[in-house]
Design a protein around this ligand. Structure first.
Ligand SMILES: Cc1cc2nc3c(=O)[nH]c(=O)nc-3n(C[C@H](O)[C@H](O)[C@H](O)COP(=O)(O)O)c2cc1C
Length: 353
């Protein structure tokens, strides 16, 4: 942590945010990251969808878009990594600059627009790892190319190509940087989309759990619709949430005027309240992954008590460095024990009981 806080972090912060991220990915790929020797506290261990999680804390989508560095990320002490968003065809994304730090707010704004190397490159990476006997929980987050007119076909292609390799699949209909994508969260479209991808998954050799990732900016009735469709279609989980297009008036950094999705600390309260509401609307019956603004053990714990079975982060790793998983897991284990829990599973949704 000290090396990151005093040397590497400040160096990376001299660079444009996207370039710094690319450099971070190269460092991970080359093996320049701290060695974590101790396994997480056993109180954090859980099973979900038949998968074992040593800690409920994972890396959120967007950090490892092309499935290049999920193995080093697992070695940093994360319980799972969600790779992607991957689209069928490679695409460059929006014009640069398109990723902005808001250091005073501990936030980020990005309008990357699903820049990624496409399904073929991505599948080869996951396939190679799986053939080499790689183990760990790797989620696959699927999106649609900006120029694809049809609403569903890209998701179906993603599910067909990746069902055999994914620990779980995510249908991402909530990124704010692909025009029209968020409209797929409306009741009728979401039902049709989920019916199509569930059908596609049924034809694969393996049927991994299927999740939907939702936006934090939906109206009350739109939120209810997502919960209703999730129940109707029997999907396996919901990720709450993606970045927000809202700009809280507490934001200080001048980058707050940039277009795109806001993440990090300023997203914590909104995304946690939505998580709480989704737990309530789904009667606690659909596993939820809580993401948005987690930067310490107390916030991780708050998401779990609000209803998250698993949690993820992205922005805080950029501000705090590669040891964040170990630190948060340790704090979370302490908080659970302090409240008398003997297993993380007992704390999921505890605020509602
Ligand atoms: C630079 C950046 C790129 C992202 N790219 C994706 C993406 O490709 N797909 C996705 O579902 N979410 C993406 N996200 C959203 C994150 O997965 C997460 O939902 C959001 O950042 C909130 O978590 P955080 O506050 O811990 O960063 C991205 C976030 C950031 C900051």
């Amino acid at each position: 942590m000290k090396f990151y806080a005093s040397i590497l972090g400040p160096l990376l912060f001299c660079l444009d945010a996207e370039r710094a991220h690319q450099l971070g990915l190269i460092a991970l790929k080359l093996g320049f990251y701290p060695t974590i020797r101790k396994a997480p506290d056993p109180i954090l261990k859980s099973r979900l969808w038949g998968l074992e999680f040593l800690t409920p804390l994972g890396v959120a989508a967007g950090f490892d878009k092309n499935a290049d560095v999920f193995d080093p990320l697992l070695k940093l002490g994360f319980g799972f990594v969600e790779t992607g968003t991957v689209t069928p065809k490679a695409q460059a994304g929006n014009e640069k600059p398109r990723m902005f730090r808001l250091p005073e707010d501990l936030g980020f704004i990005n309008r990357l627009g699903f820049n990624n190397k496409g399904l073929e490159y991505y599948t080869n990476n996951i396939m190679r790892w799986s053939k080499q006997g790689g183990s760990g929980v790797i989620g696959v987050n699927i999106g649609k190319n900006t120029n694809t007119k049809d609403d569903f076909s890209d998701f179906v292609s993603g599910v067909i190509a990746l069902s055999d390799y994914a620990s779980y699949l995510v249908i991402n209909i909530s990124s704010p940087n692909t025009p029209g994508l968020r409209n797929l969260q409306s009741r009728v479209k979401l039902k049709k989309l989920l019916d199509s991808v569930i059908l596609a998954r049924g034809k694969a050799n393996k049927q991994p759990p299927l999740l939907v990732k939702m936006a934090p900016d939906l109206s009350v009735s739109e939120t209810n619709d997502v919960a209703e469709v999730a129940k109707e279609t029997n999907i396996d989980g919901i990720i709450v949430s993606n970045t927000t297009v809202e700009r809280p008036n507490t934001l200080k950094n001048k980058n707050k005027f940039e277009k795109g999705g806001l993440s990090g600390e300023p997203l914590f309260t909104t995304s946690t309240e939505l998580l709480r509401n989704m737990y309530h609307l789904t009667g606690g019956k659909i596993p939820l992954i809580g993401v948005g603004g987690i930067s310490n053990g107390a916030q991780a714990y708050e998401k779990i008590k609000a209803g998250a079975s698993l949690i993820q982060l992205y922005s805080a790793m950029v501000y705090q460095g590669p040891k964040i998983a170990v630190i948060i897991s340790k704090e979370l284990a302490w908080l659970l024990k302090n409240d008398g829990f003997t297993s993380i599973s007992q704390a999921i949704g505890a605020d509602h009981h």
